[in-house]
Design a protein around this ligand. Structure first.
Ligand code: SF4
Length: 394
């Protein structure tokens, strides 16, 4: 029960009207407490927090024409200037004013680990000392084209407590700012000197519990003027926040939806993911169907295979039924043990499904016509389990 109360609290900012005004005010206070403290900014602003129309409005206050705002943002996002004094299209005095007003680097690299398969895990420190992770994962597509996927964090820590997840043991420190979400992309491309082809909001945190900042980040990253990433290459992965999925379907943003499913019965899902105590699988799958009906974008179901827990023939049949409800793909993920978090209860019993059984499971899905990918065990030797590096550096 306390778990449900906590979720209701976190969610009320997402669904005004569904709760009392008093609760809304309380939650807004909590949400504010959980953002970056304005004291850290010392009167300056994070440039990456502002949408283009907001920069234009600010420039209007400065008696600057609209096109100057476009020049600033082009310099920042397309030309990747972090020193705004270097944006030569702006008059010198305006460059100076921008440099004094805006913070362009909201994170700094603290550590990185590189695996033999090219996976790079990046640990960033934010302006207030909070630490978050991003992971850059290379892969080769069937066409032979190289793909470089950046897994981005949306919260520092996470309040959802999924038993298989290292980030869960960090608890929620705070929500990330839009600039800190987009900043992971800009910093990763700069640090690795590579073009990122795909982005997944699948790092630390539940993106839909930091709804406003995440939607703004999607708008900035997919903005046609500089298009950091094409909308079809941007995926948001959620543990299943039903009202937020419904709301996301109505937003003027383009993003693919992935659902961390991991179980095909309410009973098991509730044991693995406490959020499932708040919404049943029926409610969740209806929201996912609704998302598909509005957006017409195929949905991805993520499914970590746990030995003798969710890998039986009966699980396969239920998963198939779910995957056939709307056009979808299944992403099968080998379990990365999290023994370093000293798990207890069901978490201590989790083991990866043996490779042979995993292959059978995947082959059965494919032969039933469900596009099925197997997430590579990228960076096992650098501990790619989300949250692990941040935990180790505590
Ligand atoms: S799996 Fe995702 S939603 Fe669940 S605790 Fe970890 S970060 Fe949070």
């Amino acid at each position: 029960m306390p778990v449900v109360v906590k979720f209701a609290s976190a969610l009320s900012v997402l669904a005004p009207g569904s709760i009392t005004n008093e609760a809304t005010m309380l939650d807004q206070r909590q949400a504010k407490m959980r953002s970056l403290s304005p004291d850290v900014l010392q009167g300056r602003q994070l440039l990456g927090n502002l949408l283009p129309n907001e920069v234009e409005a600010l420039f209007q206050q400065w008696d600057q024409p609209r096109y100057r705002a476009a020049q600033l943002l082009h310099g920042y996002y397309a030309e990747r200037h972090t020193n705004l004094l270097e944006i030569s299209t702006l008059p010198r005095s305006l460059r100076q004013r921008c440099a004094e007003t805006f913070i362009t680097m909201p994170l700094a690299l603290q550590a990185q680990q590189r695996a033999s398969d090219g996976t790079i895990k990046l640990l960033f420190e934010l302006l207030d000392g909070t630490r978050i992770e991003s992971v850059l994962i290379p892969s080769e597509m069937a066409s032979g084209r190289q793909r470089r996927t950046l897994c981005i964090s949306t919260q520092a820590g996470c309040p959802l407590g999924c038993v298989f997840c290292a980030t869960a043991s960090l608890k929620l420190r705070r929500n990330l700012e839009t600039a800190e979400i987009v900043g992971q992309f800009l910093a990763a491309e700069r640090l690795c000197n590579e073009r990122i082809t795909n982005v997944v909001f699948m790092g630390m945190g539940e993106p839909l519990l930091n709804y406003e900042a995440v939607v703004r980040a999607i708008k900035i990253m997919t903005c046609e003027r500089w298009q950091l990433i094409a909308p079809r290459h941007l995926t948001l992965s959620t543990a299943g926040i039903v009202p937020a999925i419904e709301r996301l379907a109505t937003e003027d943003v383009s993003v693919k939806l992935a659902l961390s499913l991991h179980a095909t019965t309410d009973e098991l899902r509730r044991r693995l993911m406490p959020i499932a105590r708040r919404w049943s699988l029926d409610e969740l799958l209806s929201a996912v169907e609704g998302y598909y009906r509005v957006t017409r974008r195929a949905v991805t179901y993520e499914y970590i295979l746990f030995d003798r827990l969710n890998d039986s023939d009966a699980d396969f049949r239920r998963l198939l039924k779910i995957a056939r409800r709307v056009p979808s793909k299944v992403n099968v993920i080998p379990f990365h043990p999290i023994d370093f978090t000293h798990p207890e209860g069901i978490a201590a019993q989790l083991r990866p499904t043996p490779p042979e059984r995993m292959q059978q499971f995947v082959a059965a899905l494919r032969s039933a016509g469900i596009p099925t990918m197997v997430r590579s065990s990228s960076g096992l030797e650098i501990a790619a389990a989300c949250g692990q590096l941040a935990l180790a550096m505590q």
